[in-house]
Design a protein around this ligand. Sequence first.
Ligand code: ADP
Ligand code: TRP
Length: 322
Amino acid sequence: MQSPKPRLFSGMKPTGRIHLGNYFGALKQFVDLQDTHDTFIFVANLHALTGLPSQETLIEDTRNLVLDYLAAGLDPEKVTIFKQSDILAHASLAWVFNNFVSMQYLMRAHAFKDAEAKKSEVNVGTFDYPVLMAADILLYGTDVVPVGKDQKQHVEYARDMAGKFNNQYGEHFKLPKELILEDTGVIPGTDGQKMSKSYGNTIPLSATDEEVKKAVMSIVTDSRERNEVKDPEELVLYQIHKYFNNSPELKAQYAQGLGYGDAKKMLIDDIVTFLRPMRERRAYYENNPKLVQEILIAGAHKANDIAMKKIFDVYEAIGLTE
Ligand code: ADP
Ligand code: TRP
């Protein structure tokens, strides 16, 4: 029987170490909502193929992402955690949806346009990414999809595909809504650009104290001296620091000219303290690989039951099975 709680579905790609930007922009919401929602969180490993990772890299990144989910506080007793590749229906439904969208429509996707701006040749997997993502979401009768701001359009596309299918074949899909924390914003990396795995400017969730220290010491600052009045919101240091301490006192200290060296020391302490419980949970699961495997198997069973029912329902509606 389906839980009376609204169904939440989301996930991330295993494409490198999860960082504080991913945490505050997306993962934290999964954790915060797990009690009030019937929560499904997956590892989007089929989506990671757009970057053609090596076998070792994909295995390693997948393993790490599952550990990050658990370390961040997803409770496997409450949340269905699974790997996308364990559920064959994702690709099957994506194939169906491919026929409901035009190339022109997919060419308007921000992610595609960004990819095209960077590279003259974009692979078909990248082009078709929103279609697979729609399949992910719609297979599970999803009500809400917590994601970072940059993913909003993808959820809109999923809604479009559900609507188009329903128009032609009757009501088979619920229309999902994105859930975006409006005040989260984009967390800058150590160089002041958006913190991103692609820019090498991250502070990973699994960082050691040494790594935290090195990353924080490398955060860009200007040449203004201690005691010079500064607008905290202009400072990359404060834009990161406020996620760990949003007290007016800290803001006032920055405004009154807190020296960058002292601010960095405080930030290192705050991040290390923040990451400590995560590190402990991570170590627990890392030392119990069998348990992690069992979590993924149980998750795959539960997800597969739902996904198989949906894909058969869809196949029947279309006339692929009788
Ligand atoms: P990356 O840019 O590091 O490759 P992804 O594109 O895989 O990150 O993003 C995974 C999720 O984390 C998305 O929902 C995205 O919106 C969110 N996210 C990524 N970086 C940031 C950031 N710097 N600030 C806020 N949210 C972020
Ligand atoms: N595109 C998402 C990201 O880059 C990952 C993702 C794939 C996803 N399928 C999804 C997120 C379905 C939510 C729901 O972060």
